[in-house]
Design a binder for this molecule. Structure first.
Ligand code: COA
Length: 447
């Protein structure tokens, strides 16, 4: 009898591979100033606390543009811009320092909350800020002096890493200090990118107003690899200033995030994510579910086909157990899988095994066994890919024929060049192991 599992139990179990995968990893989170005035901010704080308790090393980089703008407005200061960057004169600088300082205190206060009956109860987060960022002036461009606007010069990665190891969350404001003791106003998005690169972060997460990048049907593009990413960025460049806007209705700040994500990935940050700050739980969904919630930018596909190792045994078991329980696949014990894992090929998607198969050679013939694709990922040629991989391996081993025993996938194999055989086609030693109760059909394919 199949037991009924409550959805949250299932969700918790499904997320456990991610919990293991993210532990001790370094994530840099970019939170623009608008995040702090949004009603979802409290939920984001709780999710940050949760990541911290799961052992993720977190660096938060906050922006403060709307907060600075409101100070400027209050003091009737008209700020000048050049090439979309703020020119920070003396009066603006006072507003920057006031706005950033106040916002930092507010963020620290929020992260220190611990009311009973709130998700923050018992979290006791240590938040550390300090003079970790060295800056230099942006200087003069096209004859325009940016004054106190600066750019990142270096990051004190040693001190930051020590604090992260100690379980603290690092909070960085868009401010840097120069060796001459001056204070510079930095672009927070660029700062987050620079810090992620300096720390060789595992993930750089940009919170934005969009749910990542959308396709023409308004669906989120879950993954962008270099070719598509560059195409998007270039297409936006050629539409800049055009009345029709950019393709995919990309906002300028999303394009900036994509450009920076590209730089970060090329400089060694494993993955960048664009997620929404307005969507409750977007961070958790992106980190702990297979398909995420926003757009992931990475330098190579996060799906890979390769030979299995002993570390994959747990994932293979998770994939094939339900099929064994239904009698579709023959039951294999963990011990057997551990001994025979080098005969397996797996498809890994973002750390999860979503497909597997195995090849057992017998005197010139090879048995293809245990072919499975996770039900959520079927009908996308993964089975075909695994079959082709086994055929290639079999040829390399000098085998001339593949055979398979199947109870429910006869047609799948027939459609891929296998022909019905019988017991006589099996190698003698395999024939001895034939299970008459299962009564599987035999299919063969010449290589
Ligand atoms: C067979 C299996 C591996 C195919 O995986 P997949 O990744 O979906 O494979 P592909 O995407 O390459 O092929 C999908 C096609 O095969 C068809 N197909 C899937 N299972 C089938 C089956 N049991 N019989 C006939 N056709 C099948 C699909 O309808 C689809 O065809 P379509 O594109 O014309 O609609 C998967 O269905 C599975 O894990 N089955 C349970 C395990 C099993 O039976 N293994 C074989 C014994 S070792």
């Amino acid at each position: 009898m199949k037991l009924k599992t409550k959805p949250y139990v299932e969700w918790f179990r499904d997320s456990s591979p991610y919990i293991n995968a993210h532990r001790q990893k370094t994530f840099v989170l970019y939170l623009g100033g608008e995040v702090f005035t949004h009603s979802n901010f409290e939920n984001i704080v709780s999710d940050i606390a949760l990541l911290n308790s799961l052992g993720v090393r977190l660096v938060l980089v906050h922006g403060a543009t709307p907060q600075i703008d409101s100070y400027l407005e209050k003091h009737n200061i008209n700020c000048r811009y050049h090439n979309d960057a703020r020119i920070t004169d003396d009066d603006t600088q006072i507003c920057v320092e006031d706005a950033v300082g106040r916002l930092r205190l507010q963020i620290e206060a929020r992260l220190s909350m611990g009311l009973i009956n709130s998700p923050m109860h018992g979290a006791e987060i240590k938040v550390i800020s300090g003079n970790f960022i060295k800056a230099k002036p942006l200087g003069i461009h096209d004859g325009v002096d940016y004054l106190h606007s600066g750019e990142l010069r270096s990051v004190d990665t040693i001190t930051i890493s020590k604090q992260l190891e100690d379980g603290a969350i690092i909070l960085l404001s868009p401010i840097g200090y120069s060796l001459t003791g001056e204070i510079f106003n930095l672009c927070s998005m660029e700062l987050a990118t620079g810090v992620a690169i300096a720390l060789s972060a595992d993930k750089l997460i940009y919170f934005g107003s969009n749910r990542g990048v959308l396709n023409e049907n308004e669906q989120v593009i879950s993954e962008l690899q270099p070719t598509d990413l560059h195409r998007l960025i270039e297409a936006h460049g050629s539409h800049e200033g055009s009345p029709n806007g950019s393709p995919n209705g990309l906002r300028a700040d999303t394009v900036k995030q994509l450009r920076l994500a590209d730089t970060a990935c090329q400089a060694g940050v494993s993955r960048c994510h664009l997620i929404s700050f307005a969507e409750d739980g977007a961070l958790l969904e992106e980190m702990f579910t297979r398909d995420g919630s926003g757009t992931q930018v990475c330098m190579e596909s996060y799906e890979q086909i390769r030979s299995a190792t002993v570390e994959d045994v747990g994932g293979i078991i998770e994939l094939i157990r339900p099929l064994e329980e239904k009698g579709i696949l023959v039951r294999r014990s963990r011990e057997l899988l551990e001994t025979e894992v080098d005969r397996f090929t797996v498809i890994i998607r973002d750390g999860m095994i979503v497909g597997c198969t195995s090849l057992y050679p017998y005197n010139g013939k090879g048995e293809l066994a245990c072919l499975a694709t996770h039900p959520d990922y079927r009908n996308s040629d993964r089975g075909e890919l695994l079959l082709r991989s086994v055929e290639r391996d079999a040829k390399e081993l000098g085998l001339t024929e593949l055979f398979v025993l199947t109870t429910q996938s006869a047609h799948w194999f027939k459609e891929r060049g296998f022909v019905a055989g019988d017991l006589a086609d099996l190698p003698a030693e395999r024939k001895l192991l034939y299970n008459f109760q299962r009564n599987s059909s035999v299919f063969c394919k010449r290589l």
